[in-house]
Design a protein. Structure first.
Length: 369
């Protein structure tokens, strides 16, 4: 039995008629950039993130980079980012001309550590980028409080957390602005690259929209220097088709996570991800366990035709592009441990019980050998 990490074909088959009709409509209209479909998607996405302003763009990385630029974060400024996440979160700080200051993460949630943030705030700090990693909401009460106390911008990186909530409120709606990616494998993914910014600040929204459209709000009226970062019409239509299904997909993934948890909870050599309650609703972009036998387990699962991944095999402070910082593993003990222990299991709404059982039994067999 083959169990892929994610099965986008299975998802497509479930919504094939709507997707095909939407794509055919765009082809027949030959309207590929901009237009009412993009604006409609921006309205539709508010059902996920709440009331405010949605600015679609080319990808999730652009969404964060334009947000930093719109907030005038530049050379000499510092932005605190988690040590354990995908590189976009720190990369955008560098491309803005600012300095990424890494904070360690919490072992249970893998999200940024509040206590380590407190140690890293200086007079140069202008913002905190908090990642809701794997779909697990970060500690937003503490993050909002810290940001307000120190007059910092809180930017939520929600690339993996479409549909997650914190105390009933959508993640992405707490900070100055939030970033979303619609990369195909995300909870809400298009059929290419795509991204968006969400903010409740109207003036910030206008500036970000300008930045993504060559510095113009109306054609040929370039008020600032910007860039070309647009969500194309086809991707917007695909996303609008998918939005009504998102809630149900996440409910299924929560069922799968609970099934994994029940089947694996007796294995002492594994640390399982935390199952959420009402206060933190996890959207399970990834189901990530931790074990000191990670590499051997991964190899064994692959022999059983079970795909799995490592998110992420090298913490950001230890990447070659940050070698000038001369960070040591002792500077970020949790991130240093996670890079050696995390393993992502198959997780998508269309997983069958037989596939889940195959994963669970294979992991059990591995640790019983």
């Amino acid at each position: 039995m083959i169990v892929p990490m994610i099965d986008l074909h299975a998802q497509y088959q479930d919504i094939k008629k709507e997707i095909d009709a939407a794509i055919t409509q765009i082809l027949e209209e030959t309207s590929f950039i901009g237009g009412p479909e993009v604006r409609q998607f921006e309205e539709d996405f508010k059902t996920v993130v709440g009331a405010g302003h949605v600015i679609s763009c080319a990808n999730g990385t652009d969404s964060m980079e334009m947000t930093l630029k719109a907030l005038n974060i530049s050379a000499g400024d510092e932005v605190i980012v988690p040590a354990h996440t995908w590189i976009s979160t720190s990369e955008v700080v560098v491309t803005a001309g600012a300095v990424p200051v890494f904070a360690d993460v919490a072992f249970d949630s893998c999200c940024i550590s509040i206590e380590d943030i407190k140690k890293k705030i200086t007079t140069k700090t202008k913002a905190i980028i908090a990642v809701h990693l794997y779909g697990h909401p970060a500690d937003l009460d503490a993050l909002v409080q810290l940001s307000e106390e120190h007059n910092l911008h809180l930017i939520e990186d929600c690339a993996q957390a479409h549909g997650s909530t914190y105390k009933g409120q959508p993640v992405g709606s707490f900070g100055t602005a939030s970033s979303f990616s619609f990369y195909p494998g995300k909870n809400l993914g298009c059929y290419g690259d795509g991204g968006a910014v969400f903010t409740k600040d109207e003036q910030l929204a206008l500036k970000i929209r300008q930045l993504g459209n060559h510095g113009q709000l109306t054609k040929h009226d370039h008020r600032i220097h910007g860039r070309n970062s647009r969500l194309d019409t086809l991707q917007a239509r695909v996303l609008s088709v998918k939005i009504p299904y998102l809630k149900g997909w996440i409910e299924k993934k929560n069922e799968h996570a609970a099934y994994y948890h029940e089947g694996l909870k007796g294995i002492k050599e594994i640390d399982l991800p935390t199952l959420m309650g009402e206060n933190r609703y996890h959207s399970w972009h990834l189901y990530v366990l931790k074990t000191k036998k990670r590499d051997a387990l991964k190899a064994y699962l692959q022999e059983q035709d079970i795909q799995c991944g490592i998110h992420y095999p090298k913490a950001l402070p230890f990447q070659p592009c940050y070698s000038d910082f001369d960070h040591k593993k002792t500077d970020f003990p949790v991130a240093a441990r996670l890079q050696d222990e995390v393993l992502s299991l198959p997780m998508y709404a269309e997983l069958e019980k037989e596939q889940l059982d195959h994963v669970i039994s294979s992991i059990t067999t591995f640790f019983e050998r």
